[in-house]
Every structure is written in structure tokens, then in C-alpha cells.
Design a protein around this ligand. Structure first.
Ligand code: ADP
Length: 478
């Protein structure tokens, strides 16, 4: 049969792990992709901003070359600097001599020659930051790459930017400490767009743990925990429902088998009084015609009536057993009266089989607490079993106080109980007799239990078995 296994804590944790990991990895990957995309876009923006500035230099040089009356560099510089803070100096060759506030660019003649051949300005670096831009017209600009764009104007997602004007990389932006080596590195190399100044721009950034999507992960952790816990609870509820169904099914089956057991038990218990009644009535019938046998007929009819009463009592007991809500009436029972009634009922039948039943009370006056009819039934069963087992035809019935309880014993001198049968004796339907039903001792145990009594068995030396029924002692006031 298929049953739903409820989730154990380990299984719930594993379920959570299976739920959590892929989505958490996807969140991390998605976040990384977003940040990388933004970084690439912002690097392109920075590259365009720097390119525009450098293209502006070409435009200024072209304008200066086109002027028919070249202005004086000393006066021109202050008027250009407010809009071009990167411009440190400018000058040109007037009648073969350098005119400018600072010294002429290094290798000036060769640089002009190169510019004229290329028909465009060429650069001549001074150091990592400063470079000359020399046009074919000899007009030259000394520029400081550090001043091209104010640091604050670079897009916020950028971390480190370097530009190489020809003498090694110059750091334009340093928002991230280069010491941090934890995290993913993203970078992009892109040259500036100006034909004369295609300086390589390098942008890079490390996505450190502080950039990781902690909030999204936290939200997903809580959500996945709730999901796993919910699944676990749902599974448990389903398993509980299944278990309850199973239990109900089992209880129904048990009721059915108890019913069957009960029916067999009733038949078993009623068989004996009915057989006895039949025997007594037949004997009475035979003796009826003989006037002298009248007392014997009376005796037989009285015994039949007694057996019939017992049968009725048994049926009543059975009804009470089936309806366990009605507690058996427990009273202080007189063991001598009980034994007398048993002897009266069984004596004749046992005598016919040559069996002698004796009663001995070791504690006269003491009263066990119990239900008289149930007690009669138990003792009757035990005597019946002893009668079936005895070999010398002697059955001893005794009673007495032991350890503050009243104990009835039924002993015989039969073969005793084999060791392997001992633990199974009280099981329903356990029997070693060809026509036995294996219900007598089961019923005895049930009846004893209902009276808070306990039934047990031991083997006797050198032979025989002794069944004992232990009952609570009635109080002094009972
Ligand atoms: P049944 O009498 O129908 O077999 P019981 O429940 O009364 O059912 O007895 C179960 C079994 O216990 C018997 O078949 C028998 O093997 C064993 N038994 C009961 N009483 C005695 C006894 N006094 N001596 C030996 N065996 C016994």
C-alpha cells in the first residue's frame, strides 16, 4: 500500500536547498549581468565625453590654421582657457621661430614634418598627463589630459579609468581601491574617437561583496524557507490524514474480527450449558415414568434450570462486553458460595467422567472484589480445561489471600503446558485440541481484565498446570 512519507527535518532542509540554490544563483547571475551592462554603457559614455573633448582640439587647430592674421598666442591663451581648462599653452612658427609662452614641443621640426605627411595633427607626449598636439600648420596645443573632464562628471557606475596619451597610463578616475581583489572583475578597453588622439581608454571595476544582491537573496531566502516549511506542513497534514484513514480502516477491521471472535466465543460458551441441559432433560425424561425416581427428576430439572440461567447470564455478559461503556458491577464476592455453585453445576457431569473436583479456602471470611457471573465463567472455563488435561482425574480448586489480593487457583495433574505454547496460550484461536476453538482462555483474560484481575499460568512439579486468577481484595467496609 502506498503511504505518503512526511518530510523529516533533513528532507525539508534538502528541499529548501534544492529550491534556494538555483534561484539564488540566477539572482546573482542576473544582477551581475545588469551591473556589467550598466558598466559597459557608462564606459561608452565616458569614452564619448573624452572623444568630444579631443575632437574639439582638432577643431581649434583647424580654425587657427585658417586665420589669415594669426593672433598672438600670449593673448589668445587666456581667452581660450575658461572653456578649455585642459589647454596649458599654444604656439606656432612665425617666420621660422617658435612663438608661445612656453618652450616649443620636443622634436618640433620632425613632428611638424610627420603631421604634414599625415595631413592631420600628431601628438607628442611630455609625460603621462601632458602632450603636445602639433598641426601641419605648425599651430600646436599643450594639453593636460587630467583636465579633460572633471572627475565628478564621469558616470557613477564607473570605478577606475586610465588613459594612455603615449607615456604610460594616466589614472583619470580611481573610485575603487586597487587593493580589493575579492569579487568579479569587469573591464573594457576602448580607444578615443578623435583621429589624431586615439588614446587607449581602459575602464575596469571589481564587483566586490558590497555590490552583491544581498537584499534580493535575503528576500528569496525568506520566501524559499516559507515555501519549504509550507510544503513540509502540507505533506505532514496529508500523511496524518492518510494515517487517520488507515487507523479507521484498521479499527473497522478489528471490530469485524472482534465480532467474529465474539460470535465464536458465544457459541463456545453456550455449548456447554446447552449440552448439559440436553443431557439432564433426557435423563429426566427417562426417569419420568418411574414414581420412585421423582426426586432425581426434580434434581435433573433444577440442574437444567441452573444451566439455562447460566446460559442467559453468559449472553448478558457478552452484551456487556460488546458495550464496554457499561462497567461490570463489582461487588465483594463470597468465594465459598461461588465454589459451591460451581461444584453444584459441574459435579455430576465431572463425576460421570470419573473426575473429582475439590475446593479449599485458605482465607475464610476474605472477599475478592469482582463480578460474580464473570468469575463463575472464568472458573468454569479453567475447570473445563483442567478436566480435559488431567490424567489421575483430580482437579484442585483453591482460594486464599496472597500479597493483599485474593487468588483463585485451578490445578491439575495433566501434561502441563509446553514451553513454546506458554506465551501463546491467551491468544485468540490458539488451541492444541482437535475440537478446541482456542477462545476459552482469551475470554477468561478479557473478563479478568474488566475486573482489574490478572490471570496467569505456571507448570507444576512433577507434572500438571496451575492457572491462577488474582483479584483485588474487597475493603473491610465492602
Ligand atoms: P480450547 O480449550 O478451545 O483449546 P483454550 O483457550 O481454553 O481453548 O485453551 C487453549 C489451549 O491451552 C488448549 O488448546 C491447551 O493446549 C492449553 N491448555 C489450557 N488449559 C490447559 C491445562 N490445564 N493443561 C494443559 N494445557 C492447557
Amino acid at each position: 500500500m502506498h503511504t505518503v512519507k512526511p518530510l523529516t527535518n533533513t528532507r525539508t532542509f534538502l528541499l529548501w536547498l534544492v529550491l534556494f540554490c538555483p534561484v539564488a544563483a540566477w539572482i546573482g547571475w542576473q544582477d551581475h549581468a545588469d551591473r556589467r551592462e550598466r558598466f559597459l554603457q557608462d564606459t561608452s559614455i565616458a569614452q564619448r565625453m573624452l572623444s568630444q573633448k579631443t575632437v574639439q582640439h582638432e577643431a581649434v587647430l583647424a580654425t587657427l590654421a585658417a586665420l589669415s592674421h594669426p593672433p598672438d598666442p600670449e593673448r589668445l591663451l587666456p581667452s581660450l582657457q575658461p572653456s578649455m581648462p585642459q589647454l596649458l599653452d599654444l604656439g606656432f612658427l612665425r617666420d621660422g621661430t617658435w612663438t608661445g609662452s612656453l618652450a616649443a614641443p620636443p622634436n618640433f621640426a620632425a613632428t611638424i614634418e610627420q603631421a604634414r605627411q599625415l595631413k592631420r595633427p600628431v601628438t607628442q607626449p611630455l609625460d603621462e598627463a601632458r602632450y603636445w598636439l602639433v598641426a601641419p600648420s605648425s599651430w600646436s596645443l599643450l594639453l593636460d589630459a587630467r583636465q579633460l573632464i572633471p572627475t565628478a562628471d564621469f558616470p557613477p557606475s564607473l570605478a577606475t579609468l586610465t588613459l594612455d596619451v603615449g607615456a604610460g597610463p594616466l589614472t583619470l578616475l580611481a573610485r575603487q581601491s586597487s587593493a580589493s581583489s575579492l569579487g568579479w572583475l569587469i573591464d573594457l578597453h576602448k580607444p578615443l574617437g578623435a583621429v589624431s588622439q586615439p588614446f587607449p581608454l581602459h575602464s575596469w571595476k571589481r564587483l566586490t561583496p558590497s555590490d552583491w544582491p544581498w537584499l534580493e537573496w535575503l528576500v528569496w531566502t525568506v520566501a524559499s524557507c516559507l515555501l519549504a516549511a509550507g510544503t513540509s506542513v502540507w505533506q505532514r497534514t496529508r500523511a496524518d490524514a492518510r494515517r487517520q484513514q488507515e487507523e479507521a480502516r484498521l479499527a473497522a477491521m478489528t471490530r469485524l474480527s472482534t465480532l467474529g471472535e465474539m460470535a465464536a466465543g458465544i457459541a463456545h460458551e453456550l455449548n456447554q450449558p446447552l449440552t448439559a441441559i440436553l443431557a439432564q432433560v433426557r435423563a429426566a425424561e427417562r426417569l419420568l415414568d418411574d414414581e420412585e425416581e421423582r426426586p432425581a427428576v426434580r434434581q435433573a430439572l433444577l440442574a437444567s434450570a441452573g444451566q439455562a440461567r447460566r446460559a442467559a447470564d453468559i449472553i448478558q455478559r457478552m452484551r456487556e462486553l460488546v458495550q464496554p461503556s457499561s462497567p461490570s458491577p463489582r461487588t465483594a464476592v463470597d468465594p465459598d458460595a461461588l465454589a459451591a455453585s460451581l461444584l453444584f453445576l459441574r459435579e455430576q457431569e465431572l463425576a460421570r467422567r470419573g473426575i473429582r473436583l475439590t475446593w479449599r479456602n485458605a482465607s475464610p471470611g476474605e472477599r475478592p472484589l469482582g463480578d460474580r457471573v464473570a468469575l463463575e465463567q472464568i472458573l468454569h472455563n479453567l475447570v473445563q480445561n483442567a478436566a480435559d488435561a488431567t490424567s489421575t482425574r483430580n482437579i484442585g480448586l483453591s482460594g486464599g489471600v496472597e500479597d493483599s489480593g485474593y487468588v483463585f487457583s485451578v490445578s491439575d495433574d495433566g501434561p502441563g503446558i509446553p514451553a513454546d505454547a506458554l506465551p501463546r496460550l491467551f491468544e485468540p484461536f490458539y488451541t492444541t485440541r482437535p475440537h478446541g476453538m482456542g477462545l476459552g482462555l482469551t475470554l477468561c483474560e478479557t473478563l479478568a481484565g474488566a475486573m482489574d484481575g490478572r490471570i496467569s499460568v505456571r507448570n507444576l512439579e512433577p507434572r500438571g498446570a496451575c492457572f491462577t486468577l488474582r483479584l483485588p481484595l474487597a475493603g473491610a467496609d465492602a
